[in-house]
Design a protein around this ligand. Structure first.
Ligand SMILES: Cc1ncc(COP(=O)(O)O)c(C=O)c1O
Length: 369
């Protein structure tokens, strides 16, 4: 369409997002009755029944617009976290919050620092905002804070740090993050994505810390989500925790009705279900122990992880072949080639039965190599 409207030049830099295969796609492709998906770091327990009930109840108000400032959810979350309500703002998944941060603070022509491989949304949002992305390599699976600090220039507007990092699971300790924050110029924003942070104790990362007590800093935004520990990925609720000044800036770029009324109601109920959260954490800690033990007995390499997934390199055959073989048998994993790590696959910790099914299939594949 040579005569059509010109897209913005930034779009030429953006690749297409390639989502993992869905359960329905795999079921149809191979004619299977049941498919297990351990590819997207979802919570396999499913949502809290209390959240489902609240969502169903809220549906009868679906003709009303939601309250843009989510007052019930704000109050419930503020009480749960022990932070002031003025430090919270919600988004349509934390994906959207990454874009809101970019709209508020990333100026065209500025530089944004990240490490890679990581969650693709930081690069996407920064490039869309017209910024230059400088990506440094991870160090042992986690963000290399020293190198990032060394890369800050007068043009740097923001640094994104994913902790625990997707797809490797690596994390930076509280001491490392505090030293980084202390050395970072206050005019540079640190966006600390903690989508998986709640899993860190269950994964055995005792030196992980959510830095809630640092949120008075003028240049720190924490990103969190209801998609993982709270098992509400399909309802799209993320949030930021930051000083009230930063939250006010995020409110300026926020669409008034970005989190639906059903989602808000479900999130409030999810926060009230401690039993569901405990079960989710137990599932991760038991599943981690089981899978780490299995991989060790096979001699496969497993990266240290503070999240609800593991990055794994088989010692025989190839990760690509394993992922293809298991998919044909109805178990979806994530091959890490799109992250630049083609020797690895990523597996989300599933239910006990799902993990056992994976081990059964992977063991059979391994014995054929
Ligand atoms: C590191 C990280 N941050 C943010 C997200 C986005 O989560 P959501 O938009 O569902 O809140 C994900 C999703 O997988 C993620 O891995």
């Amino acid at each position: 369409m040579p005569n059509g409207p010109k897209t913005r030049p930034e779009l030429s830099l953006l690749g297409d997002y390639v989502p993992g295969k869905s359960i329905d796609e795999v079921r149809e492709k191979y004619g299977l009755d049941s498919v297990v998906k351990l590819a997207s770091n979802e919570n396999p327990l499913g949502p809290s029944p209390k959240a489902v009930e609240a969502a169903v109840r809220a549906l009868s108000d679906a003709h009303r617009y939601p309250q843009g400032n989510a007052p019930s959810l704000t109050a419930a979350l503020a009480a749960k976290l022990g932070v002031a309500p003025g430090k919270l703002v919600f988004s349509n998944g934390s994906d959207e919050m990454v874009q809101m941060v970019a709209e508020a603070w990333i100026a065209p022509g500025s530089e944004v620092l990240i490490c890679e491989p990581t969650f693709s949304e930081y690069r996407f949002a920064a490039q869309l905002a017209g910024a230059e992305v400088r990506a440094l390599p991870l160090k042992e699976g986690r963000f290399d804070l020293e190198a990032l600090l060394g890369a800050v220039t007068e043009h740097t507007s923001a640094v994104f740090v994913c902790c625990p990092n997707n797809p490797t699971g690596g994390w930076n300790s509280r001491a490392e993050l505090l030293a980084f924050l202390d050395a970072l110029p206050e005019r540079v924003l640190l966006v600390l994505d903690q989508a998986y942070g709640e899993f860190a104790p269950a994964a055995g990362a005792s030196d992980y810390d959510g830095l809630l007590d640092q949120t008075d800093r003028p240049n720190l935004v924490l990103l969190r989500t209801f998609s993982k520990i709270h098992a509400l990925a399909g309802l799209r609720i993320g949030y930021a925790i930051a000083s009230p000044e930063l939250v006010r800036a995020l409110y300026k770029v926020k669409q008034p009705f970005n989190v639906g009324l059903v989602s808000q109601a479900a999130a409030v109920a999810a926060l009230g279900d401690d039993g569901h959260m405990e079960r989710s954490l137990r599932l991760v800690s038991e599943g981690m122990e089981f899978l780490r033990g299995t991989f060790a007995s096979w001699g496969w390499t497993v990266l240290p992880s503070a999240a609800n997934f593991l990055a794994v390199k088989p010692s025989c055959g190839s990760a690509k072949e394993l992922v293809a073989e298991l998919e044909s048998q109805g178990l979806i994993l994530r091959w890490m080639a799109s992250f630049g790590m083609p020797d690895f696959f990523r597996i989300t910790i599933g239910t006990k039965a799902e993990n056992a099914r994976f081990v059964e299939l992977a063991d059979a594949w391994r014995r054929k190599q």
